[in-house]
Design a protein around this ligand. Structure first.
Ligand code: ACO
Length: 434
């Protein structure tokens, strides 16, 4: 553990007895009560459903300032990274802690190309799924299946071995993602090509077919890189916390990432990008006004929420949403696409951010609000949106899994609970049960 307590601890007094609680301060000045020995010292535990006030680890990968709307990876702002880097450079940064120089980037790129194929036996798995299976099902199942085909990383693995496994997964997820799409539309798989870059390859595997070539437009490749970058990591979000949780049991990398993919799928997390488009389509189809939709979202008796709005950490505009909105305008403009869903989204945003309900609760568009409209213009079907999120988030998940392995203070994740069930009951034999 690198954090040291500040001089003066906090004091907790319970029934006249005092306990000193060390205060830790992180690199950005955020402070935390170190309650690791609270139960041992006092018999008390902390109650924090959803972990809104709980830090579960030290991390040096990503920093989010939710009040100011700032996001940085290894100290570099998301704006700089999106503007100046390719996705694989950002992946390298997350995994290795530094931006690659030319030689390192070339080597990484070659490794990614070399490992882009999946074992041919795995290709047959895709056939077992019914027509129309959601690609997130296929993605999660295929990732955990990789552990049957490729060796696990030993705890003692050296850096080269680690790099190999990690690169293999990064490269293969892109192939699996594209294959899962081809399977869902009943088209033959398009194999990766060593002549293409990471994002070029992905677009080509998605959209070319044996009967028609796909023209790889540089502006679409740039947008693909940028969209993956804004998803690359976001500290202890639900799916990353899941990867860490599973990793804390020493389950293998593939198992941990597959669990992360499943956690991402939920509509309150990465599945929101699909839910946003479905919501915008519903509003457009039914001719609903922004006012009607917002009233519905504000009505506590109605389970409807404004999808793509709100965030646990951001209490101001999500910086990724700003970038996503800019990419959306650029791509629709370059492709000469007039999407009525963009008009619906803009109107909703305008009305929502001027509405006291959303203002009081600090609800702004999050990363998922504008990405789907861009994906739609690029030709991705709705069911693929969360797969694209997973592809972007993969380097972040792996970086956290690696960090967890190297952190001597990490223990198995095992929260406590407050029990509210029956206290004691007399056993009733089966024949006497009502
Ligand atoms: N629409 C309407 N009301 C909302 C919304 C929304 N999108 N989001 C939050 N609220 C309200 C809640 O009803 C609550 O109101 P209350 O104080 O009157 O009870 C208040 O704002 C706080 O919301 P919580 O649910 O307590 O906030 P939490 O941090 O637990 O949830 C979440 C964050 C899940 C993202 C939430 O804002 C939400 O459901 N958003 C819509 C789904 C979405 O877009 N998810 C993607 C998030 S980004 C990502 O994961 C990649």
């Amino acid at each position: 553990m690198s954090l040291k307590p500040i001089d003066k601890p906090a004091e907790l007094t319970v029934e006249g007895k005092s306990y000193a609680i060390p205060i830790l301060q992180d690199a950005m000045g955020n402070r935390a009560l170190d309650i690791r020995t609270l139960r041992k010292d006092s018999g008390l535990i902390a109650f924090d459903p959803g972990f809104a006030s709980t830090a579960v680890c030290e991390s040096s990968i990503t920093y989010v300032d939710g009040e100011k709307g700032l996001l940085s990876h290894r100290g570099y702002s998301i704006e700089d990274l999106t503007e100046n880097c390719t996705f694989i450079e950002v992946a390298y940064l997350l995994l290795h802690g530094v931006l690659p120089n030319r030689v390192q980037r070339e080597k990484f790129s070659q490794l990614l190309n070399r490992h882009s194929m999946i074992h041919e036996d795995m290709s047959t798995f895709f056939r077992g799924y019914p027509e129309g299976a959601h690609p997130m099902v296929v993605l999660s199942a295929m990732v955990v299946s990789l552990s049957a085909f490729y060796p696990e990383i030993e705890q003692s693995a050296d850096r080269e071995e680690l790099d190999m496994t990690v690169t293999r997964l990064l490269s293969k997820l892109r192939t699996i993602a594209a294959f899962s799409y081809k399977k869902s539309v009943g088209e033959p798989f398009v194999y990766p090509s060593q002549k293409l870059s990471y994002c070029e390859n992905f677009l080509n595997m998605m959209f070319s077919s044996p009967v028609s070539d796909y023209k790889i437009e540089p502006y679409l490749v740039k947008a693909m890189n940028q969209l993956l970058i804004i998803h690359a990591d976001h500290e202890q979000n639900a799916s990353t916390a899941t990867v860490r949780q599973v990793g804390s049991t020493r389950a293998n990398l593939y198992a941990a990432i597959s669990a992360g993919i499943c956690a991402l799928w939920g509509p309150l997390h990465g599945g929101a990008n699909q839910a946003v488009i479905e919501m915008l389509q519903m509003i457009h189809r039914d001719g609903l006004s922004a006012e009607t939709v917002l009233e519905k979202a504000k009505n506590k008796a109605d389970p409807f929420r404004l999808m793509g709005f709100g965030h646990r950490i951001y209490k101001s505009y999500d910086p990724r949403a700003k970038i996503a909105k800019k990419i959306c305008y650029t791509i629709l403009d370059k492709m000469n696409v007039q999407d009525p869903l963009l008009d619906v989204a803009i109107k909703l945003e305008e009305k929502a951010i001027a509405d006291p309900y959303f203002q009081d609760r600090h609800l702004y568009p999050n990363v998922d609000f504008y990405t789907g409209i861009t994906y739609r213009a690029m030709g991705f079907p709705t069911a693929m949106y969360t797969v694209l999120f997973a592809l972007g988030r993969l380097p972040g998940w792996i970086a956290h899994w690696l960090e967890l392995r190297q952190d001597a203070d990490q223990k198995i994740y095992r929260p406590r609970q407050l029990y509210v069930g029956a206290t004691q009951q007399n056993f009733v034999p089966l024949e006497k049960r009502p």
